[in-house]
Design a protein around this ligand. Structure first.
Ligand code: URA
Length: 444
């Protein structure tokens, strides 16, 4: 008879586990027959000894099959999704999903909520009056079949093993572990029943993986898992050394997302939507190269088709889509106050993590999953990396309800590093990672 203890010891000693051992561990843990302390020991063993590509696909498969996989086979068309490892002002999914759906690709997008310094797509969407992300798998499939896109939240049916394991990792110092992060993300994404997946893996001061080398390894690991499991997967490394776009905060990001859908969004936000959209169109085979993909996405952003698709999705999910023409229908902050530069010079770097946590301090984010959020608060950047500012010039406008305003404003001011010498600005788009690019060590 298989015993959890033997599997833990085998991993602790750095040996490769058999698929059956991984399957046993995950299914017994999900049922509750393997206690938390043994699973925590296993997670720690993985933290120190890592996992091979074949072990990771077995782990992801086991977590994926701990719940339901959405069966999209009855819906004609190719389904492709995007996942971002998250950051500050990362609203990309909101304009991206309708833009890609407007090009004729199915986009079954299941997103998460904000936690800590990052916002979540679900919270942003729910700042639209009436918009519900609480959809059953049945509704999800129907909407996908009717209009080609649904923006839903994770239900209890999706990868319950990951939910349980992630909660355990959170309290046992095993979150920051690339194999466990990669299998956790991929088990949830592959449950969408998709044929293609584009990963936006962030690095920099506001990213989960600050070091580009770690972000690169995470991207490679997820591309390897996805491809081994039969889903075409491609990753882009992108920069999170400053917030994406001008707005960060729930309602504010909805306004900016609509601007992108109207073809008048900020340059960086639009560029990310175009680039990731082109990758999605390429995976779906709607286009045969990225150049054509970019052109198609730009066209639907300019001709109103992406915006129309967004309105359709919003109406199907109960949202008052009059917000598209009147942003005043979204909740607004009571106060808008500028944070001023304490000296003249170039904005050479930002502590984007601190900027993100300042939004949470204002009430716009969560410290714990059960916290409620104020959708109206956030930040509106007045400067970008590399800009020259005079002493007293606004760096950022803080939208607040008054709650913790002084603390947040101090924190924001400390997040900007201004100096007399101008340093190089990192580019937004980093390397592209496909399965073909992976080194031999991934092909074990
Ligand atoms: N996000 C996830 O979904 N899982 C992790 O392990 C880390 C980040």
């Amino acid at each position: 008879m298989m015993r959890a203890l033997d599997v833990i010891i085998k991993k602790r000693n750095g040996n490769i586990l058999a698929d059956s051992e991984i399957k046993f561990l995950i299914s017994e843990f999900t049922k509750g027959s393997i206690p938390d302390y043994q699973m925590a020991a296993f997670a720690m063993a993985v933290f120190f000894k890592s996992m091979s590509g074949s072990e990771l696909s077995a782990l992801t498969t086991a977590m994926l099959h701990s719940g339901s996989i959405i069966d999209l086979s009855s819906i004609p068309g190719v389904s492709v999704d995007k996942h971002s490892t998250g950051g500050v002002g990362d609203k990309i999914s909101i304009p991206l999903a309708p833009a890609v759906a407007a090009c004729g690709v199915l986009v079954p997008m299941i997103s998460g909520r904000g936690l800590g310094h990052t916002g979540g797509t679900l919270d942003k969407l729910e700042s639209i009056p009436g918009f519900s992300t609480n959809v059953t798998i049945q509704q999800f499939k129907k909407q996908l079949s009717d209009i080609g896109c649904c923006l839903g939240g994770q239900t209890d049916e999706i990868a319950p093993a990951d939910k349980k394991l992630y909660a355990l990792r959170d309290v046992t110092g095993t979150v920051e572990c690339i194999p466990l992060i990669a299998s956790s993300i991929m088990s949830k994404k592959l449950a969408e029943g998709i044929q293609g997946l584009v990963l936006d893996v962030k690095y920099g001061s506001g990213a989960f993986m600050r070091d580009p080398k770690d972000a690169y390894l995470l991207a490679q690991t997820m591309v390897d898992i996805g491809t081994r499991m039969g889903t075409q997967t491609v990753a882009r490394l992108t920069c999170m050394e400053q917030p994406i776009g001008i707005m960060a905060g729930n309602s504010l990001e909805i306004c900016e997302s609509i601007d992108v859908l109207k073809g008048i969004g900020p340059k960086d936000t639009t560029e990310l939507v175009v680039e990731l959209g082109a990758e999605m169109l390429l995976l779906s085979k709607k286009v045969s190269n990225l150049e054509d993909g970019r052109a198609q996405i730009q066209t639907v952003l300019q001709n109103g088709q992406a915006l129309q698709k967004f309105i359709q999705i919003g109406e199907a999910q109960g949202g008052d889509m009059c917000i598209v023409d009147d942003y005043r229908l979204l909740s607004h902050s009571r106060f808008q106050k500028p944070v001023l530069a304490s000296k003249a010079g170039f904005v050479n770097s930002m502590d984007t993590y601190m900027l993100g946590t300042a939004i949470a301090v204002l009430g716009g984010g969560r410290e714990k999953t059960a916290d409620t959020i104020d959708p109206s608060v956030g930040t509106e950047m007045q400067t970008r990396l590399g800009d020259y500012v005079e002493k007293g010039q606004p760096l950022c406008i803080v939208h607040s309800s008054g709650k913790n305003e002084e603390q947040a404003m101090n924190q924001i001011q400390k997040s900007f590093y201004i100096s007399t010498e101008k340093t190089p600005i990192p580019s937004l788009l980093g390397p592209r990672i496909t399965y073909q690019d992976l080194s031999k060590e991934f092909h074990d």
